[in-house]
Ligand binder design. Structure first.
Ligand SMILES: Nc1ncnc2c1ncn2[C@@H]1O[C@H](COP(=O)(O)OP(=O)(O)OP(=O)(O)O)[C@@H](O)[C@H]1O
Ligand SMILES: [Mg+2]
Length: 449
């Protein structure tokens, strides 16, 4: 049971003493005051969790004392004691910030229940605050001590201080979201909200109303007014993921917001101002999209005031062992596996692999090994098949082979890589390689991929 500091304020000596005795019996520390003046003095001298406050007292009445306590910054929960039948004053006390009320003479078992509940609530609030602070002070962990990542994080820390829009680019799984959270945590707005919105796979209308909110009746189903994610991000950061997928119409609305800080909800005419920092991310080539006319150039420049590119994992192989070890430690702890270690050959293969799915793929591979490992040491046979099958994925050229075989080998690796990058989607791969899909399909069969 939680015990606390309680102040009893009542002009009736007998009642006061009875309450103090009872509180002591329940394990609380109790102090007493016979009127408003004494109560204010006591509250400025010590911190209380709960104040039991009589409403009918000579001099300042209980409601006035309640108001004065609140004004003096007293954070205790105040429980008022009212005479039977004076519900109006109880209601007034609650409006004035009292936590609860009891009728006199106080029923002790009821009093105990009220105090226990308030103390438990206060305990939970404290626990929650400390958790929030811990999470905030730790921030997201962004691993990587390669030169490329070090430089990126340094620029990011500086960029985090301002309020300009930041555009994060990088292949899928390279850590754009991790970096966005890091930027928020490093920024002066870290105590504010970090709000995430993914623009992919949502219809235009849904993105718009999610982002900007909507007024009641704006469209079928809009039964009540709804705040958008941008409003929810006030004082903090809004992270717009996959911003390259936004339609031209919404691009215009987004640009307007970025330039003016203002927008209207869907179906609304009121101008809404929101102070939030926007971080956007995309794994599409926005410059190419601008050239093709699919993405507004002015919006691109506006988003890209600060552009941060996360290098793909294969361009920073020094980070691989560090990331792999960190993920392994995490999964071993989660799975309660005790110590798990990579065999040196395993780490070698991990480091040489090209990681088309970047850090996410590495994390998944390590998780898989941690789950499947029969013993403490992770041997290469536990690696996912794509790491050990067929052609090594390193970029080394097959220079030792006769010309014809080398070309064959090169084509095979080239195609395998393109397929992997496209997540096995032949249509996407064909588009990227500039091949007809049917031709790509024939090549795939020729090379037995
Ligand atoms: N530098 C890093 N340090 C620690 N973990 C990382 C790092 N980069 C990525 N990760 C982990 O890899 C996974 C993928 O990262 P994230 O979601 O940020 O990628 P992304 O670039 O947003 O990918 P997508 O384009 O597919 O959305 C996450 O689980 C994240 O925790
Ligand atoms: Mg992402």
């Amino acid at each position: 049971m939680v015990t606390g500091n309680v102040l009893v304020v009542d002009d009736d000596e007998q009642i006061r003493q009875a309450l103090v005795d009872r509180l002591g019996h329940w394990g609380h520390r109790a102090a007493q005051a016979k009127d408003g003046d004494e109560a204010m003095k006591a509250a400025s001298a010590a911190e209380f969790d709960v104040v039991l406050l009589d409403l009918l007292m000579p001099g300042r009445n209980g409601l006035e004392v309640l108001r004065d306590l609140k004004q003096a910054g007293c954070t205790a929960d105040v429980v008022v004691l009212t005479a039977q039948g004076s519900i109006e004053s109880a209601v007034e006390a609650i409006r004035g910030g009292a936590a609860d009320f009891l009728t006199k003479p106080a029923d002790f078992s009821l009093l105990k229940a009220v105090i226990d509940r308030l103390l438990e609530q206060r305990r939970l609030v404290r626990v929650n605050q400390s958790l929030v602070e811990r999470v905030q002070s730790a921030g997201p962990v962004v691993l990587g001590s390669s030169a490329g990542m070090k430089q990126l994080l340094e620029t990011a820390s500086r960029a985090a201080q301002g309020t300009t829009t930041i555009l994060l680019t990088g292949e899928s799984g390279s850590g754009k979201q991790v970096l966005a959270e890091y930027l928020h945590a490093q920024s002066p707005r870290h105590a504010g909200p970090f709000v995430y919105l993914n623009c992919v796979a949502l219809s235009d209308e849904l993105i718009e109303s999610t982002l900007f909110g909507h007024e009641r009746g704006a469209f079928t189903g809009a039964v009540s007014r709804k705040e958008g994610r941008l409003e929810a991000a006030a004082g903090g950061t809004a992270f717009l993921d996959e911003v390259g997928d936004v339609s031209p119409r919404l691009q215009a609305k987004l640009l307007h917001f970025l330039e003016s800080g203002e927008f209207e909800r869907v179906g609304g005419t009121r101008t809404i101002r929101v102070d939030c920092r926007v971080i956007a991310a995309t794994n599409r080539d926005l410059e190419a999209a601008v050239r093709e006319g699919a993405f507004r150039e002015d919006l691109y420049f506006r988003l890209n005031v600060i552009g941060l590119r996360i290098p793909p994992l294969r361009e920073r192989t020094e980070d691989i062992p560090e990331l792999a070890e960190a993920f392994l430690a995490r999964f071993a702890a989660e799975l309660r596996r005790g110590a798990l270690r990579f065999a040196p050959e395993t780490l070698g293969i991990l480091t040489r692999y090209a990681w088309p799915g970047n850090v996410r793929q590495l994390r998944n591979a390590v998780e898989r090994m941690a789950v499947l490992a029969p013993g403490e040491i992770l041997t290469p046979d536990l690696l996912p098949p794509e790491l050990t099958d067929g052609a090594p994925a390193s970029d080394a050229e097959p220079t030792d082979l006769p010309f014809k075989d080398a070309v064959h080998e090169f084509r095979k690796r080239y195609l395998a890589r393109a397929l992997r990058d496209a997540g096995g989607n032949q249509r996407v791969a064909a588009e990227r390689l500039g091949l007809q899909r049917t031709f790509l399909n024939r090549l795939i069969r020729t090379y037995g991929l």
